[in-house]
Design a binder for this molecule. Structure first.
Ligand code: PMP
Length: 397
């Protein structure tokens, strides 16, 4: 029964990580997979997380199942992070949130929910987008299309083409937006551009689905939510897939959430029962530990301010590495303009390096970059910056 099955191709990003582990070059550098790294190249457990875990260890009374949607305090904390304190959506109970296994779990539940209840809808993703988006939606049988986003020549947002693309999307389709820190380009719309997009969404009648995996990694917790909050003001319905892998460093605890916003509280109640149904047939109920940590941190003043400081220091380090990368390349005599990297947000940038150059960096120098040229800026440190930029200078000249 199994003999005919062909091996699946390696995941373009996670597969790269496996290859990196086997790399024998002692000076190897990993700018591939999207995890935050500190100055020592480690992905540390945050102090706020450790302290929350200590409390949970003494206070936790049971390992019994959670409900399908997760605990109330986690779900409320997520909504406050998304919309801000006392937002009308929260006060009028227009949103419901389900705790999901990571942001991927949220997207998968969203995909199944969409397929069942809006089966004719096409889902539109930016070109380019996170490599898993297409696969997740296609795996439930949804049509996936792409809209213009990135201008490779100017290394910036092609806003005119974006607007033109979205103007073609019919009522009833779904458009996925990256809430902030667009993966893989690092380019987000400005406040004014978000306003235009939200207005267009209202006019066209498509449903926005926000993938919000990097809140706090761009400018700040509140600022990074401005896109989805702008939409929330202008359109009555939306879906939001949250991930806390990055901003709490809880990658392997699988903490995420799917939030649905409806026009009325009754609509929200009814639609949420269907989201729970999708979760029930997927994983039954979510894993408790990571969400308990998030809820503990967000509901305790001291832990929350410690977490915000830690988040800020991750954000600041990434910004610093962006600037240093640009100036070090310049100091190595690279003439190509890389200044766009210091203007982008989050962990990723599209370097503009082509597949051949990416492969050369890997073979000659043990430097690992995703084939598309996406670099994880958080993989850079003061120590590896010089050899990294020397290698890039060598292949570019
Ligand atoms: N969306 C985007 C844009 C991402 O970059 C990621 C993680 N790389 C996810 C969703 C998935 O997050 P998680 O690891 O929590 O499943």
């Amino acid at each position: 029964m199994f003999a005919h099955i062909q091996a699946a191709p390696a995941d373009p990003i996670l597969g790269l990580n496996d290859a990196y582990k086997n790399e024998t070059n002692p000076n190897k550098i990993n700018l591939g997979v999207g995890v935050y790294k500190d100055e020592q190249g480690n992905t540390p457990i945050l102090q706020s997380v450790k302290q929350a875990e200590e409390r949970l260890l003494t206070e936790e009374l049971t390992k019994s199942y959670l409900s399908i949607e997760g605990t109330d305090n986690y779900r409320q904390s997520v909504q406050t992070l998304l919309f801000g304190e006392n937002h009308p959506i929260i006060n009028k109970k227009l949103a419901h949130t389900a705790h999901t296994p990571g942001g991927t779990g949220a997207l998968r539940v969203a995909a199944e929910f969409i397929k069942k209840h809006l089966p004719e809808a096409t889902i539109w993703v930016s070109n380019p987008t996170w490599a898993n988006h297409q696969a997740i939606f296609q795996s439930v049988g949804l049509e996936v299309g792409s809209y213009a986003y990135y201008d490779a020549s100017s290394k910036s947002l092609d806003f005119e083409s974006l607007l033109a693309s979205l103007s073609q999307i019919p009522e009833g389709d779904i458009v996925l937006f990256h809430g902030c820190c667009h993966n893989p380009t690092g380019i987000d719309p400005t406040k004014e551009q978000w306003q235009q997009l939200a207005k267009l969404c209202g006019k066209q009648g498509f449903l926005p689905l926000f993938d919000f995996a990097y809140q706090g990694f761009g400018v700040g917790l509140e600022e990074d939510a401005q896109g989805l909050r702008t939409f929330a003001e202008q359109v009555p319905e939306m879906l939001i897939a949250s991930s806390f892998s990055k901003n709490f460093g809880l990658y392997n605890e699988r903490v995420g959430a799917l939030t649905i916003v409806c026009e009325t509280a009754d609509n929200a109640d009814a639609a949420f029962t269907q989201i729970k149904r999708a979760a029930r047939t997927n994983y039954s109920n979510p894993p408790a530990h990571g969400a308990a940590i998030v809820a503990e941190i967000l509901s305790n003043k001291a832990l929350r301010s410690l977490w915000e400081m830690e988040l800020q220091s991750m954000r600041t380090r990434i910004h610093e590495m962006r600037g240093l990368f640009v100036s070090t390349l310049r100091s190595k005599g690279v003439e190509q303009d890389f200044s766009f990297i210091s203007k982008q947000q989050g962990m990723f940038s599209f370097s503009g390096l082509n597949p051949e150059q990416v492969s050369q960096l890997r073979k000659q120098f043990g430097i690992y970059i995703v084939g598309s040229g996406r670099i994880n800026v958080a993989g850079m440190t003061h120590e590896n910056m010089d050899p990294l930029c020397s290698a890039i200078a060598e292949i570019l000249t």
